[in-house]
Ligand binder design. Structure first.
Ligand SMILES: C[S@@+](CC[C@H](N)C(=O)[O-])C[C@H]1O[C@@H](n2cnc3c(N)ncnc32)[C@H](O)[C@@H]1O
Length: 291
C-alpha cells in the first residue's frame, strides 16, 4: 500500500463510518483489507483502492465494514447492567407506569450480545412488566453483524463470555455446538441498519440509550455532534450509557453525569433551557423497524 493509498482510505473511512485512524495505522488497514482484496481476486490494497476510486459501492461498503471493530460480549463490563437492574429500571418503571411502555435504543449493537443482555435483564423483572410495551431497537452500521444478531445464534465460545450459566439455561436452546436465544427474547429486539454519522432523529424518543464502545473510534468533533443529537432523543429523565473508556466530560455539555454511577449520563436540561430549547418530552413517535 502506498502512502497515497493509505491517505485515501483514512479519508474514506472517516467520512463513511467516523473511524479516526492515526497516520501510523497502515498495519491495521493492511491486516483487515488484504484478506478482502484477495477474496475478491485482487492482488493487493492498491488494486482495491483503484476499484473503490472507480466507484465500486459494494466493495466500498465491504471495506468500511471490514475496518469496523465488532468485539462484543454478553453483559460486557457488568456494571451498566447492574445499574440497569438496580437503579435505572427501578426509577423508570414507576415514572412510566401510566403509559406502560419503555423504549430502549442500543446504538451500535454489533452481533446482538448487548441488546439481548438488556432484553434478559428486562425479562428478569417478570410480572412487574406484564402488559408493558417494551421496544429494544438494535442498530449498527454493518448489515453483516445485524444479520447475525437477528438469528440470535451464538457459539459455545460466545455464550461463555459474560453470560451467567443460569441465563444460558433459562433463555437459550442448544442445537449441536450452537445456542439459540429463545424466540420470546429475540422478539423483544428489533433491528435496523443505521449510521451514527447520519440523521437519526426519525427514530423518536427513548427512555434509555446504550451507545457503548463505538464513539471511542471517532474524533472529538464527531463525538460532540453525536452527543448533541443523542441528547435530543432522550426523555428528560432518560439515561445514556457509554462504554468504560468513554465519557462526555470535556467533549459536550449535552449530558451531565448520573450521580455516582460511572458511565451513565442524563440529558443536561439546564443547557437546553439556556439555549431556549424545550427539554425533551415523551413522544408518540414509533420507529418503523425491520426484523
Ligand atoms: C466494538 S462494537 C461495540 C458493540 C457493543 N456496543 C458493545 O459495547 O459490546 C462497535 C460497533 O459499532 C459499529 N459502528 C462503527 N461505526 C459505526 C457508525 N458510524 N454507526 C453505527 N455503528 C457503527 C460497528 O459496526 C460495531 O458493530
Amino acid at each position: 500500500m502506498t502512502p497515497l493509498d493509505y491517505e485515501f482510505l483514512r479519508k474514506l473511512l472517516r467520512a463513511r463510518s467516523g473511524l479516526d485512524l492515526s497516520p501510523d495505522k497502515q498495519y491495521l488497514v493492511e491486516s483487515r483489507l488484504l484478506p478482502l482484496a484477495r477474496r475478491v481476486g485482487l492482488a493487493g490494497i492498491s488494486e482495491l483502492v483503484a476499484k473503490i476510486k472507480a466507484g465500486s459501492e459494494p466493495l466500498t461498503v465491504e471495506a468500511v465494514e471490514a475496518m469496523t471493530t465488532n468485539e462484543t460480549f454478553f453483559f460486557r463490563d457488568k456494571l451498566p447492567f447492574d445499574h440497569l437492574r438496580e437503579t435505572i429500571l427501578p426509577a423508570l418503571l414507576p415514572a412510566r407506569a401510566s403509559r406502560r411502555s419503555l423504549r430502549i435504543w442500543c446504538a451500535a449493537s454489533s452481533t446482538g450480545q448487548e441488546p439481548y443482555s438488556i432484553a434478559m435483564c428486562l425479562k428478569e423483572f417478570g410480572s412487574a412488566l406484564a402488559g408493558w410495551r417494551i421496544e429494544i431497537l438494535a442498530t449498527d452500521l454493518s448489515q453483516g453483524v445485524l444479520e447475525k444478531s437477528k438469528a440470535g445464534i451464538f457459539s459455545q465460545f460466545e455464550v461463555q463470555r459474560g453470560l451467567p450459566i443460569q441465563m444460558l439455561v433459562k433463555y437459550f436452546t442448544q442445537t449441536g455446538d450452537l445456542w439459540q436465544l429463545n424466540a420470546d427474547v429475540r422478539a423483544m429486539v428489533q433491528h435496523r441498519q443505521l449510521n451514527l454519522l447520519q440523521d437519526f432523529s426519525h427514530l423518536g424518543m427513548f427512555d434509555l440509550i446504550f451507545c457503548r464502545n463505538v464513539l471511542i473510534y471517532f474524533d472529538q468533533d464527531t463525538k460532540a455532534g453525536i452527543f448533541g443529537r443523542l441528547a435530543k432523543m432522550l426523555e428528560a429523565d432518560g439515561v445514556l450509557a457509554l462504554g468504560a473508556a468513554e465519557s462526555v466530560v470535556g467533549i459536550s455539555d449535552a449530558f451531565k453525569p448520573y450521580p455516582e454511577k460511572r458511565g451513565l449520563y442524563r440529558p443536561n436540561t439546564d443547557r437546553a433551557a439556556r439555549a431556549g430549547v424545550a427539554a425533551p418530552q415523551a413522544s408518540k413517535v414509533v420507529a418503523s423497524v425491520t426484523r
